[in-house]
Design a protein around this ligand. Structure first.
Ligand SMILES: [Zn+2]
Length: 249
């Protein structure tokens, strides 16, 4: 879930048909499969945040990872109807809660130095923003997800600030005859993760026109992660990431 400044050698020349490799298959259990699909979508929206920051040359004041998390919540809220959006947010929050583990224990020092905020901070941040986007409807959700009472009070404002910042930098990005969009790299059709993302690509392309194409590929990465590579203008979703979510479940 990082945006690498340096190009990764193994990704150079990867824009083209995808070579045969392990194909991730969703588990049979519908709840488990839904959790994995939802979190893959939430993470894809996060990587979309990195991609927008890059191709639109958006200045980032503060942590870029936090900005990408914010855009992820905005896209959940904008693209999906209430029930589905809530399910995606719940999966996203659950992932952070599980990764945070026992919060009575201090995290490793390396976690404080990470480009990402702590998992438990990311948990509260996404729950707060999602609640704040529609507080009349989502109050019980905020309570169920144990957002502290004083935090609940400030979330609608926090959402409005974040929303207006993103809206400002996304002004003029409507799709048009001279714009590009996300492009699924060829040769992935029929792969369940790629098919899931292809539907997201369609939704995002209906909302955003980009000054250049941004490619989307699902592949083996050798680690459970997702990336945006600015040099290749490519979002990479790793098969191992979905497998890791399955293990987490
Ligand atoms: Zn990231």
């Amino acid at each position: 879930m990082m945006r690498f400044i340096m190009a990764c050698c193994c990704l150079l020349g990867m824009i083209g048909p995808v070579a045969a490799e392990e194909v991730y298959q969703f588990p049979d259990d519908p709840d488990e499969a839904e959790f994995i699909a939802n979190e893959v979508i939430a993470t894809f929206y996060h990587e979309m945040g990195h991609a927008l920051i890059d191709v639109l040359q958006i200045p980032v004041l503060g942590k870029e990872e936090d900005a990408a998390d914010t855009l992820s919540v905005i896209l959940m809220h904008d693209i999906w109807v209430e029930e589905a959006a809530t399910a995606i947010l719940a999966s996203d929050a659950l992932t952070y809660a599980l990764r945070a583990g026992d919060t009575t224990q201090a995290p490793d020092l390396s976690a404080y130095a990470d480009v990402h905020s702590l998992d438990i901070q990311r948990y509260y941040a996404v729950v707060c923003l999602f609640y704040g986007a529609n507080p009349e409807v989502r109050k019980q959700l905020a309570i169920d997800l144990e957002l502290p009472e004083d935090k609940i009070d400030s979330c609608p404002d926090e959402y409005q600030y974040a929303r207006s910042a993103w809206d400002t930098v996304l002004q003029g990005t409507e799709p048009g005859p001279d714009t590009y969009g996300l492009v699924m790299v060829e040769g992935q059709e029929g792969m369940p993760l790629a098919d899931l993302l292809a539907a997201e690509v369609e939704s995002i392309n209906a909302n955003f026109g980009l000054p250049e194409p941004v490619y989307v590929v699902v592949q083996d990465c050798g680690e459970a992660n997702a990336f945006y590579y600015p040099d290749d203008k490519t979002i990479v979703m790793c098969n191992e990431y979905a497998q890791d979510l399955q293990d987490l479940w």
